[in-house]
Structure formats: C-alpha cells, structure tokens
Design a protein. Structure first.
Length: 492
C-alpha cells in the first residue's frame, strides 16, 4: 500500500493520483486566524496546492487544531466526502458543512471503501486521557487485497481495545505497520513546557532548568510501549510520526528529539526483523508485511530544506547560549478598561472551575494537602498578571468551594506559600474563557503552574479536561467561527 507523508500526523494513503487524506494540514501554519501565536508544521514544507490531486476522501481523526483545520479543508473540492468518527463534536461537523462539504459519520468498527483503500475507525484505548478521548484511530487497508495487513494510525491515544479484540478474533488481519506519535515535546534547559512543574527539584530559579533527558526514552515509550499493549503488534513495522510542529518558543526553534527520521534510524539500529521508519514531509512509502520502503517523493509537497536547516541551527545556538525563555503574553497589551473587563470575565467562570476542581482527583489532592498541614492552608492560587494595575491573586478556599481574593504576593513567595498554583496574564486567561484562544495555545508559553502531585493530576491537566473541546465545546469551539470568518474574508 502506498503512503505519502504530509508532515506531523498527516497522510495521503492509497493511490497517489486520488489518495485519501488523513489529518492533513495543507498550509505552513495553523492558528493564524485567531491568535498572534500560530503554530508552524515541522519539518517545514513547500506546498504546491495547484499540483495536489483531488482526494477520494478526507478523514479527520479528532477536533484538535493540529488535526482539524478549516483553512486546509477550504483548499479541497467540495465534492470530496469528509469522514469523521461518531465522537466528533457537533460544532466541528457543522463548521465543515458550512464550507459546503458532505460529512460522513462512520461508526466505530464499520469499514467503508474510499478510492483504493478501506477505512475502519476505532475508539481510543480505555485509559486514554480525557482530552484525547474523542480520537478516532484509523485502520487503512488496500481495497484490492484486504486480507494483507494494513497501516494502523494510533493518533495521540492509547491503542484501541476494540481493534485489538477484532485482530485477536480473526475479524481483521494483523497490521503490517503502525504509526506511533512522538508527541513528547521535550523542552531544553531554560524553556518551560506545558506540564512542567515550577516547584520541581530538577529546576532552578523557577526558570525551567531540568536534568538531562535521553531521546531513547521516547523510543522506549512509543515503540516498546505499543508492543507491550498487545501481541497483535509483535512483528509489525513502525512509522514514527507526530510532534511535527513548533510552539511559539521563537528563540528555541524546534523541540529537541523531534526529528523523527533520526530517532527512527537509531531505533532501526537497535531492533531486528522490524523496520522503524521516520518519514519526512513529501516521502512516498510502500508499506506492507515485508517492510517499509521509501519509493519516491510527492510532486506537490516536500520538505523546505533551507528553512529546516535554519530552524535546527537556531535550536543549536539557543542550547549553546544557556538563555531562558520567560513567561510571555499572547494577547497584545490591553487598556486598563480592557484588563478590568478580562478580570470580570474570569470571575464569571470561577464557579464552574471551582466545581470541576472539587469533582476531580486534583480536588482530592487539595483536601489531602490541607488535612495534613500544620496550619490553615489555602492549597491553590491563581495568579493573574496585569499591566495597568496590581496583579491579582485568587485562592481556592476548600471550605467555601470557591475562589476568593487574597493578598497578591511575588511568584517566589507564592511558590513557598501555596503547594499548587498557576500564573498567567489575565488577558490570555480571559481569552481562553471567552473562546478567542484555546487552552492549548497558552500552556507552557503563557501559563506556568506548580503542584505537589503527579503530572496528570496537575492544575494544567485539569484545565485541559475542563476547558478543552471535550467538556466545553461552547467556548473552545468559538475559534472555529473565527476561522470561518477569515475564510469568508479571504484571509490566509
């Protein structure tokens, strides 16, 4: 079966004269329609849309903006069917239909032919984190020879239990290859990552310095971890994808260990009888039980070599410099009146956030932190930064089950006083709560946190659950309307 790699988690599968596109971002960046902090696909690409063949279908695995991109869909013929799974958020489907497309909702386990391939969707594994729980994993097979194992796209989640069961029962052939996502986003010393902890002993001066991280740990997690999930992947070949974007750490450039071609080459040297391949944008591959072979290049999409070299050089220079990237704001400096409006909008949402906290594992951790304290402790603080007035601190009072104003203290003191906390510019946090930004846009870059529990019980992990599309499509999907407006105005 033929496979064209489009970058990040994007694929063109089957006959390349009329392929099925999966999670295709067809522009250099996404997010430009609504944020000053757009995300560039990495490695960078050259794209000639006038040479792109008309696809047989487009599959969208889920609604996150690195997979679901309305401006990219706008480049596609409206007669092409758009395929989504049963868990895709209604508002996301409505926006696709607003562009003039027909959307096919494919039931999990149902197989349908598009072009030269068979497409079957599966739900993610049962223990997948909530914010990735609407993912549709994709099994692609050659329609002319369906009994030969195809390519399984694990896409941002644990492998589907239903898929494993069907393979074990003999209802589906064992996959010839599986695409695994390296979404590690390892940040170097001096850079604060999305789920990093300001109170970690591995950091110094609260500026994101940490101990060394071995790239082989990534390979262990995504390859050995996949094999360990089920015996159905023993003998399958691997495509290492994902992680193909730059967050707005302009000084740093790309994340370390995000060159999948290099990681895969190392893995191939360490493994026997199994191919591990890290494609670059534009690679055309032949994928089958005998292995993964590069057979050519796409005529309409390729790697931008000069930009690729420039970005890698920028990262090398940053790593050599020892510099630090501080917390930044995304929404431009506001007037005093706009800042006050932002604060009022935040206060309107605090009741919802308080309830979510009380019902979450984080809430149990806050109770434990208070119960074991020698004195009265308010366990969590939200520190809101402002330009025209003093910063504002809101503490979570367990007795009231609510956020209450407290004396604002410098960050270093807050880290000593409160076992849990977040610091963010008020304008940016209000932007998330209004729907002009998504929570994914601000974490790490514009929002830092600290905590005394495990990573996936942290305040930021709670915000992923509470403010992402899973729980709050009413606010997080408003950016889709901004994208539609930009498309209608002809803005790219």
């Amino acid at each position: 079966m033929q496979l064209g790699f489009l970058g990040h988690n994007g694929f063109a599968v089957g006959d390349q004269s009329a392929p099925v596109l999966i999670d295709a971002i067809l522009l250099p960046r996404y997010g430009e329609e609504y944020t000053s902090s757009p995300v560039e696909i990495y490695p960078p690409r050259t794209i000639s849309l006038d040479l792109m063949p008309v696809p047989s279908a487009v599959v969208i695995s889920h609604e996150h903006s690195d997979h679901y991109h309305l401006p990219s869909l706008d480049k596609i013929d409206r007669a092409v069917p758009i395929v989504v799974g049963p868990l895709m958020i209604d508002r996301a489907v409505e926006c696709v239909e607003a562009l003039g497309f027909t959307v096919h909702r494919l039931a999990f386990g149902e197989t349908r032919r598009y072009g030269s391939v068979l497409i079957t969707l599966f739900p993610p594994g049962a223990d997948t984190v909530l914010w990735e729980s609407r993912v549709s994993q994709v099994y692609v097979r050659d329609a002319e020879d369906p009994e030969i194992g195809g390519l399984y796209l694990g896409i941002d989640a644990l492998i589907s239990d239903e898929f494993v069961a069907q393979v074990e029962d003999g209802a589906l052939p064992r996959p010839a290859a599986v695409a695994v996502s390296n979404n590690a986003q390892i940040t170097p010393p001096g850079v604060f990552g999305s789920l990093d902890n300001l109170r970690s002993a591995e950091m110094s001066e609260h500026l994101g310095r940490r101990a060394a991280f071995a790239g082989l740990e990534i390979l262990q997690g995504i390859i050995a971890g996949t094999i360990d999930q089920s015996s159905v992947f023993r003998g399958s070949h691997f495509l290492v994808c994902g992680g193909g974007f730059l967050k707005d750490y302009e000084q740093m450039g790309p994340f370390p260990f995000s060159e999948q071609k290099e990681l895969a080459s190392l893995a191939s040297d360490l493994m026997r009888w199994v191919d591990v391949f890290g494609p670059e944008p534009g690679d055309v591959l032949d994928v089958g039980p005998e292995g993964i072979r590069r057979t050519g290049r796409l005529p309409w999409l390729g790697t931008d070599r000069p930009r690729f070299a420039e970005l890698r050089s920028r990262r090398d220079a940053f790593l050599d410099s020892g510099d630090v990237i501080p917390l930044r704001r995304i929404i431009a400096t506001q007037t005093a009146e706009e800042e006050e409006s932002a604060l009022r909008d935040i206060e309107k949402e605090l009741t919802y956030l308080a309830r979510v906290i009380l019902l979450s594992p984080l809430g149990q951790d806050l109770i434990e932190a208070t119960r074991s304290a020698d004195r009265d402790v308010t366990p969590l603080v939200l520190k809101l930064l402002r330009s025209h007035s003093e910063d504002v601190s809101l503490a979570f009072d367990l007795g009231r089950g609510a956020f209450v104003p407290v004396r604002d203290v410098p960050l270093a003191e807050a880290l000593e006083t409160y076992p849990y906390g977040m610091v963010v510019h008020a304008s940016d946090f209000a932007g998330v709560l209004r729907g002009s930004l998504q929570i994914w846009d601000v974490v790490g870059i514009a929002l830092h946190s600290w905590y005394a529990n495990e990573t996936f019980g942290s305040p930021v992990a709670l915000l992923f659950d509470a403010l992402g599309e899973q729980a709050r499509p009413d606010i997080s999907c408003r950016v889709y309307d901004l994208q539609l407006d930009a498309i209608a105005k002809g803005i790219e």
